[in-house]
Design a protein around this ligand. Structure first.
Ligand code: ADP
Ligand code: MG
Length: 298
């Protein structure tokens, strides 16, 4: 492509909220066979809210075990930088909880949750896998958790001193343009894959809402780039769309990295294309633009 044509192409892109860093990216879009979409913050808004608070049978929480469960989870999450942690703290504050107890230790486990010591008690909040790693039996609430996950909610388990204290469910809504973007990508003959650290049941529920037929779930942050690499090894030319700090290696591994403009600086840095307003339909715009620009010059 000639420099002029590329400038025209990228200029039109910018008008539609699609920032294309250089002509190479514009040319590479045409070769794509697969688009991998990160779930949280890319397909969904990335602003989860607590919807369900389910204390375990026998949790000693005085008059209101639900409030006690929320209080302990929020204290453990106080220093978390994860959107799920922020949502749990916000819910506790809305409920009027003081969260004044001392947090003596805090450890974030990327892709799994947090472990903290709150007033001498060890509180863990996170995935079923985290509970299993800590030797906490989840059976008393497993069926309830599965029911919530089937509705597309993210369930986090809470354990206090090695015993299950309850589960919290968080819902994150699908962005308005996501289903339309997926449909358009499929019409263009592209395979669309949903990638997430969240559990399989929740991931499939979200995938169904937007028409995605292939899911890679329960992928730890450092394994996301590996999923892209495996697709490439199978002959796919891959675009990765993501927003999080954890998505940067996968964006770099992909043949084309597409960052959500409202995401982390590290992801935006790693992306060759940036969807400024966060609308997934920008991927389709970029594809159309690439075809049009290159046709103009040929
Ligand atoms: P995603 O791929 O959606 O960005 P992450 O890799 O950040 O998700 O996290 C994967 C899963 O780990 C979450 O769905 C959640 O169950 C758990 N998790 C991660 N961080 C936290 C946290 N601070 N508190 C509770 N659970 C967490
Ligand atoms: Mg994410």
């Amino acid at each position: 492509a000639t420099p002029t044509a590329i400038m025209v192409g990228t200029g039109v892109g910018a008008e539609h909220g699609v920032l294309i860093k250089g002509g190479q990216a514009l040319e590479r879009i045409r070769e794509l066979t697969t688009v991998v979409l990160d779930k949280t913050g890319t397909v969904t808004r990335g602003k989860p809210e607590v919807t369900d608070v389910v204390p375990a049978p026998g949790l000693d929480g005085g008059a209101d075990p639900g409030l006690e469960l929320l209080r302990l989870a929020a204290l453990a999450e106080l220093r978390s930088e994860h959107p799920l942690g922020a949502a749990i703290v916000a819910r506790a504050q809305e409920a009027g909880l003081a969260l004044a107890e001392p947090v003596e230790r805090f450890e974030a486990r990327p892709g799994q949750g947090v472990v903290a010591v709150v007033a001498g008690r060890t509180v863990a909040v996170g995935t079923r896998r985290l509970m299993e790693a800590l030797g906490v039996p989840v059976e008393p609430l497993a069926a309830e958790a599965e029911r919530l996950e089937a509705a597309g909610k993210t369930v986090v388990y809470v354990a206090v001193d090695g015993r299950l204290a309850g589960v919290l469910a968080l819902a994150d809504t699908v962005k308005p343009g996501s289903a339309e973007a997926v449909a358009a990508l499929k019409r263009l003959g592209l395979q669309v894959v949903l990638l997430t650290g969240d559990n399989w049941r929740t991931a499939w529920a979200i995938a169904r809402q937007v028409g995605i037929e292939r899911v890679e779930a329960e992928v730890l942050p450092d394994q996301k780039a590996r999923v892209v690499q495996d697709l490439q090894a199978a002959g796919e030319v891959v675009a990765m769309v993501g927003d999080g700090i954890n998505d940067a290696p996968a964006l770099a591994q992909a043949d084309l990295g597409i960052a959500i403009g409202t995401g982390s600086d590290i992801a935006i840095e790693a992306g060759e294309i940036v969807l400024v307003g966060g609308d997934l339909r920008g991927v389709v715009t970029a594809l159309a633009l690439s075809r049009r620009t290159l046709r103009t010059i040929q």
